[in-house]
Design a binder for this molecule. Structure first.
Ligand code: ASP
Length: 248
């Protein structure tokens, strides 16, 4: 998905206020609670692969900017020039937003495009979650959203669930959304469905946080929950017909 300009991640990422691309990504392995995250990279072709590299090859969880790109080059991850990430539609969104002083949630501008995320449960019961984004159009230089913050935009634990979020990052950070879903299941015994309802439809709505998430629990239950008008989403289970959806 990072290689497809239809999505706001990797190629086709949105523009910052200064007209650059700054991408964030993270992933988490629910079998051992290992995680990797990267923020503010401008030239790494696949930020989610860099997040994985950080998880697998360093003692750290979260790297940003120049240090993260140095690691990517040490391990020969592909780099691209700004031309590769450029998309005319994104450029027009930025031109329209830049003098307004506001930063826009990508999906309020056009429901067809957005941050990408994936959650999965395998046959051994291992859960994983990953999220990648260009962030929000016209965001301030070096602004970091929820996507690379473990517990906010991404979380996975075999004991509970895997979660990947999309939406207005500042609200998702303050609500620690992904970990809150897991906590409601672990400490309160809620089902995944109940936990998603509480967090996405009640707690986030109460503070004005627009967006949604995809989640899977250890039994293979799936939730694709959102309080926005639409969220591009899809799911597949062994032996079942794949599901895709956009609006409610
Ligand atoms: N959550 C992302 C951010 O705030 C944006 C999005 O999901 O559309 O950076």
């Amino acid at each position: 998905m990072e290689n497809n300009k239809l999505f706001n991640a990797g190629k086709g990422a949105v523009f910052t206020h200064s007209g650059r691309h700054e991408m964030d990504a993270s992933l988490m392995d629910g079998s051992n609670l290992m995680a990797g995250a990267v923020a503010g990279v401008a030239a790494v072709k696949n930020p989610v692969l860099l997040a994985r590299l950080i998880m697998e090859k360093t003692d750290h969880v979260f790297l940003s900017g120049a240090g993260a790109e140095e690691l990517a080059s040490k391990y020969s991850l592909p780099f691209e020039s700004p031309d590769y990430f450029f998309d005319e539609f994104r450029h027009q969104q930025w031109l329209a937003a830049k003098d307004s002083g506001a930063s826009f949630l990508d999906h309020t501008q056009d429901k067809k495009f957005g941050t990408v995320g994936a959650v999965a449960l395998d046959q051994k019961g291992n859960i994983a979650a990953a999220t990648s984004t260009g962030g929000m159009t016209n965001k301030m230089y070096n602004r970091i959203g929820d996507t690379p913050i473990i517990g906010a935009g991404t979380y996975a634990s075999n004991a509970t669930c895997g979660v990947s979020c999309t939406g207005h990052g500042e609200y998702f950070i303050r609500s620690v959304v992904a970990y809150d879903i897991s906590c409601l299941m672990e400490y309160k015994g809620l089902s995944l469905k109940e936990a998603c309802k509480v967090v996405v439809m009640e707690k986030l709505v109460k503070i004005g946080g627009e967006g949604g998430l995809i989640a899977v629990d250890s039994l293979g239950n799936l939730e694709l929950a959102f309080n926005s008008e639409g969220m591009y989403r899809a799911s597949v289970k062994s032996g079942e017909v794949p599901f895709i959806g956009i609006y409610k």
